[in-house]
Design a protein around this ligand. Structure first.
Ligand SMILES: Cc1cc2nc3c(=O)[nH]c(=O)nc-3n(C[C@H](O)[C@H](O)[C@H](O)COP(=O)(O)OP(=O)(O)OC[C@H]3O[C@@H](n4cnc5c(N)ncnc54)[C@H](O)[C@@H]3O)c2cc1C
Length: 502
């Protein structure tokens, strides 16, 4: 180690860099670790990224952040799921919730009983049996109750937030706990001649910053991992062909939804994310299918409030670096890979990378290869699972435009093909320990986009049909009654965490 402390250098101060710095400040003892973060105001950050997953609350709790203070600082609102509009077929809509459909009945899950009743024509739509969906569609929100027998306990929530403000908030938090910030543009990288490990980065000012280990949070540039170490991006664009986005904020609208909206369009899809001070919007599209000008016009024509800026164009390619940890460098955030924000997974992937890095952080200067190997395996699982889930959204659609014709007839990964076939067979979805998404998420998207099992699971044969129907009807009524007692999302926010006007 340099001096007597392990020197960790984080390159980049976007959401990824400051999340990593904050976690290091929380968990790495300053007596043993010196942590520095380099960022360049001249280069700036990507500055989009507003919808998250419930795991973000775990990250904030891990740091010990106060939820109310954090929400005020980031203009945050609550998120119960994502509404998909026109996915499947034009005019369809469904919500992928952060919650479950009913509860297991004996050996079978609720979903299997629903399939049975649905095939018999006696069930309501699946989405009526999920509390957060019913509440979300009425624009209502409350925190989950503690009593596990109450339907109002059967959900999790995430946040819509301003990712720029989140990074700024974490910066203050991390700096107050000893993280050193260095302003400057990196112009050169020095490697150890024998090992090829990164020894130091050099700034335009001439300053040299050396370290034992480097975290590459430099965004799409992937300065160290891709640039210096030459770790290629596995290209997933044949499956996920969108390569561009335009983002634009608009004035907050009256419809203050506790959910993100994703609307399928001719050449991609449009997001709508309500924050306290404004609404975030964007069109993610395939540049082979629409020009930037047309995409901008479509986006601006479909805002529900006045545009507050001109649309900003971003380019990307779907994929992940072949190794997220190579030599003494760990890449995270956009430097490690990019999957389009259809299921709000990027910040989650940063969080997972940070957690696994902290667990596998070497205690010695020499890095045992078992540590990066374990990290890369688990990050591969995380990326692969999300990739398959996103591709499912793409392939289950009417082929009503060239992009949708291509993706609905193209190849898909074998892992996804197997999953679809098992679901079609009898609604089977495996639950796994590592990675997103759980069975309710897959059930929502399968059913929401028109893929249904050919038969119900045999394990759901136990109860008589009349009993099944009665249980389903009771659950839907309980959920409807409970949802109606909740405050409106806007009122809840105004009481719980009103943010000052920016
Ligand atoms: C269109 C779009 C929509 C998105 N929506 C969501 C969403 O809804 N939910 C979600 O979870 N995620 C979303 N994301 C992803 C999210 O924006 C990013 O994952 C997140 O912001 C992390 O970015 P980052 O920190 O890796 O990179 P950046 O924000 O690009 O930060 C890179 C940092 O590196 C520094 N840097 C780069 N080069 C140098 C250099 N030479 N010298 C010094 N410093 C340097 C920069 O100054 C900056 O501080 C979206 C992304 C895109 C493109």
């Amino acid at each position: 180690m340099m001096g007597d402390r392990f020197e960790l250098v984080i390159v980049g101060g976007g959401t990824a860099g400051w999340m990593c710095a904050a976690a290091c400040a929380a968990k790495l003892a300053p007596a043993r670790f010196r942590v520095r973060l380099i960022e360049s105001e001249e280069i700036g950050t990507v500055g989009v990224g507003e919808a998250t997953l419930p795991q973000m609350k775990d990250f904030n709790d891990f740091l010990g952040l106060d939820e109310v203070e954090f929400m005020k600082a980031t203009q945050a609102s609550f998120k119960l799921g994502i509404e998909f509009v026109n996915w499947g077929r034009e005019g369809d809509r469904y919500i992928h919730p952060f919650g479950t459909f009913g509860r297991p009945i004996g050996e079978a899950d609720f979903f299997s009983y629903w399939i049975r009743a649905n095939r018999a024509g006696t069930a309501a739509p699946l989405f009526d049996y999920c509390f957060p969906i019913v509440a979300a569609l009425q624009n209502r929100f409350m925190l989950p109750v503690g009593d596990g027998n109450d339907v109002r306990s059967a959900f999790a929530y995430a946040y819509h937030l301003d990712a720029f403000l989140y990074a700024r908030y974490l910066r203050g938090w991390a700096e107050a706990r000893g993280i050193e910030r260095i302003e400057g543009r990196i112009v050169d990288v020095e490697q150890h001649s024998e090992s090829g490990d990164i020894a130091a980065v050099k700034l335009a000012s001439g300053t040299r910053v050396g370290g034992d280990m480097f975290v590459d949070c430099s965004g799409f540039r992937s300065l160290l991992l891709g640039g210096t170490l030459g770790v290629d991006l596995e290209d997933w664009s044949p499956w996920l062909p969108c390569d561009s986005a335009q983002a634009v904020p608009s004035a907050r609208s009256a419809d203050f939804t506790p959910y993100t909206r994703s609307t399928r369009r001719t050449a991609g899809w449009q997001w709508r994310i309500p924050l306290q001070h404004r609404t975030g919007n964007g069109y993610v599209y395939s540049s082979a299918d629409i020009s930037d000008d047309e995409a901008a016009a479509t986006l601006l024509a479909n805002l529900d409030g006045e545009a507050l800026a001109d649309p900003r164009v971003l380019r990307f390619k779907a994929g992940k670096r072949e190794k997220a940890w190579a030599k003494n460098c760990v890449g995270m955030g956009l430097a490690g890979g990019f999957l389009e924000p259809l299921e709000s997974t990027s910040i989650y992937l940063v969080q997972m990378a940070i957690m696994h890095m902290l667990t596998l952080m070497p205690d010695e200067r020499a890095i045992d290869p078992a540590l990066p190997a374990g990290f890369n395996r688990v990050m591969d699982v995380e990326y692969d699972r999300i990739r398959d889930f996103l591709i499912l959204h793409y392939i289950a659609n009417a082929p009503d435009a060239p992009l949708w014709e291509r993706v609905t007839t193209g190849d898909i990964p074998d892992t996804l093909a197997g999953k679809i076939e098992r679901f079609r067979h009898r609604g089977y979805i495996e639950a796994y320990r590592d990675g997103l998404f759980g069975p309710p998420s897959w059930q929502a998207v399968f059913v929401g986009q028109g893929i249904e099992p050919r038969a119900a699971d045999r394990l759901a044969d136990v109860l008589p049909a009349a009993t099944v129907d009665e249980r389903l009807a009771n659950l839907a009524a309980t959920i409807a009654d409970a949802a109606a007692t909740l405050p409106l999302h806007a009122d809840f926010i105004a009481r719980y965490c009103p943010a000052p006007a920016p």
